[in-house]
Design a protein around this ligand. Structure first.
Ligand code: FES
Length: 156
C-alpha cells in the first residue's frame, strides 16, 4: 500500500520548501503526516525518509526528539501536561492527580472511548501561567481542578 498519498507528498513539498534546515524539513513533513493520520507509524516514517531522500535513522531521530510527534495511535484529543520546574512549584501534582482521576488514565494512556490521550511534556514556555497544559495545540494555564473540568467539557 502507498504510505504517502500524492496530496500529502505535494503538501510536504510546499511545506518544506521554506525550511532553512534539514531538521526543520523533517519536522514539518512529520507534522503534515500526523495532521492527516493522527500519528506517524513506522511505515509512514520510512515513506517520509524515502520521499525526502534521507535515512530512516535521521527522520526517526527528529521524531523521537520532539514529543509532539506521536509514534503510536492517540485519542481524538491529546493532553500534554507540563512536567517542569515552574509547574511543579505551582501545583503540577494536584493537576495531574485531578486529570488522571477524571479520565481514569495515566501518562502514555488513552481513554477507552478514544477521547483523550495523556502525555507529559517539558516546559510549554508558559511558566507565568503555571500550572499549564496543552490540548491539541491550545494552551490552558493558571489551572485549578474546577477550571480543568470546564476545559475538558469543550472536547468531545
Ligand atoms: S514549567 Fe510549565 S510552562 Fe514552563
Amino acid at each position: 500500500m502507498e504510505m504517502l498519498s500524492d496530496e500529502i507528498k505535494s503538501e510536504i513539498q510546499c511545506g518544506t520548501g521554506a525550511c532553512p534546515t534539514r531538521r526543520c524539513a523533517i519536522l514539518e513533513a512529520l507534522e503534515i503526516v500526523q495532521r492527516r493520520h493522527g500519528w506517524v507509524s513506522d511505515e509512514r516514517l520510512k515513506a517520509v525518509a524515502d520521499f525526502l531522500n534521507l535515512t530512516v535513522e535521521e527522520v526517526d531521530g527528529v521524531a523521537t526528539f520532539y514529543n509532539r510527534i506521536f509514534r503510536r495511535p492517540v485519542g481524538r484529543h491529546v493532553i500534554l501536561v507540563c512536567d517542569s520546574v515552574s509547574c511543579w512549584i505551582m501545583g503540577f501534582e494536584n493537576i495531574l492527580v485531578h486529570i488522571t482521576k477524571r479520565l481514569g488514565i495515566g501518562f502514555g494512556e488513552t481513554t477507552p472511548d478514544g477521547r483523550f490521550t495523556l502525555l507529559p511534556i517539558q516546559c510549554l514556555g508558559a511558566c507565568e501561567q503555571a500550572p499549564a497544559i496543552m490540548i491539541d495545540g491550545t494552551l490552558h494555564g493558571d489551572l485549578t481542578p474546577d477550571k480543568i473540568d470546564e476545559i475538558l467539557k469543550g472536547y468531545e
